[in-house]
Design a protein around this ligand. Structure first.
Ligand code: CP
Length: 334
């Protein structure tokens, strides 16, 4: 089958078929090899992507900026707080105007449940260039596509029956978005994985995302189980992904959410916890991690950890999606 992804938005992984995600993963692997061997891959010469941030970032901003440069194009960094959006400029006007200047619009708007995904869809409705979700309240598709790439590098392409534990962990730094665990449970179930989600009772995910993950498990041949302890999730796990997230109803009151989180300081991924998982289990984290709270140094810097490989892969998946959607590659067979 031939696919042309030029002009396509990437707002959730769910909106791309597994064949389309496969194209992105294959191209990401090819671009990873080309970067390592210094082979030119200027697929987006003179193209511009706008990076529009309502929140902070290290990996996402820099993987997009470095990525578009390596592809021969250029990124413009825009902070919501220093643009006219801070004075109320509409998503419609942003979409029309930025797409008349360039070739892609990427947005991070992740800290207000009910707002970020809606905002980027409104931009996309009016933009004539593809819109990329650099993390919203619902999904973090570049992160979870990267996680899938990393898992496949470790375990091969057939992931059926592998167990992944997606667990809440304690962090005092800030109330982290809930889009990574949501993105993980909805994507990994499509690949036949046995997904176990663990969290204290207050740290629930969005009901519709749980429902979606259940449906995906049914179609993809995987499982979704929800438990209330990290230990239960880690039992026989091949992949562990413990990270913190906030309370759905308390993103407007982060101090209250952090106070609640402090009741669960024992939700830390340490060596004892890793000993419950399979002997060859890998430890993943999207980063930034709260060292000493979400995870001990001995685990995150230890033999199970794949965090740097995972973080590097953000560059390659980001370049692949931009190249496929911004006109770098017209038709791909898959
Ligand atoms: N994982 C991730 O999205 O990192 P940043 O918040 O640094 O972009």
């Amino acid at each position: 089958m031939t696919h042309n992804l030029e002009g396509r938005d990437f707002i959730t992984t769910q909106e791309w078929t597994t064949d389309e995600l496969e194209l992105a993963l294959n191209l990401a692997a090819d671009l990873k090899d080309k970067k390592r061997t210094n082979k030119p891959h200027r697929l987006l010469t003179d193209k511009t992507v706008f990076l529009f941030f309502f929140d902070k970032s290290t990996r996402t901003r820099n993987s997009f900026e470095a990525g578009i440069t390596q592809l021969g194009g250029h990124a413009h960094f825009i902070e919501a707080s220093t643009s006219q959006v801070a004075h109320g400029e509409s998503p419609k006007d942003m979409g029309i105007i930025l797409s008349s200047y360039g070739h892609g619009i990427a947005i991070r708007h992740d800290l207000v449940p009910g707002e970020g995904n809606k905002y980027m869809r409104e931009v996309a409705e009016h933009a004539s260039a593809p819109v990329f979700n650099m993390q919203c309240d619902v999904d973090h598709p570049f992160q979870t596509l990267t996680d899938l790439m990393t898992i496949r590098e470790k375990f091969g392409n057939n992931l059926k029956g592998l167990k992944i534990a997606v667990s809440w962990a304690y962090a005092p730094s800030y109330a982290k978005p809930i889009s990574v665990p949501q993105g993980l449970i909805t994507l990994m179930t499509r690949y036949g994985m046995d997904v176990t989600l663990a969290h204290p009772p207050e740290f629930k995910l969005m009901d519709d995302q749980i429902e979606l993950a259940r449906n995906n498990a049914q179609t993809g041949g995987g499982k979704l189980e929800i438990v209330d302890s990290m230990d239960a999730a880690f039992e026989n796990a091949d992949i562990v992904y413990p990270k913190s997230w906030g309370v759905l109803d308390l993103f407007g009151n982060p101090d209250e959410a952090l106070k609640l989180a402090a009741n669960y300081k024992d939700w830390i991924c340490d060596d004892k916890m890793m000993s419950i998982a399979n002997k060859e289990a890998i430890y993943m984290h999207c980063l930034p991690a709260d060292r000493g709270n979400e995870v001990t140094d001995s685990v995150i810097d230890g033999p199970h950890s794949v965090i740097y490989q995972e973080a590097e892969n953000r560059l390659h998946t980001c370049k692949a999606v931009m190249a496929l959607t911004m006109g770098g590659i017209k038709n791909q067979s898959g």
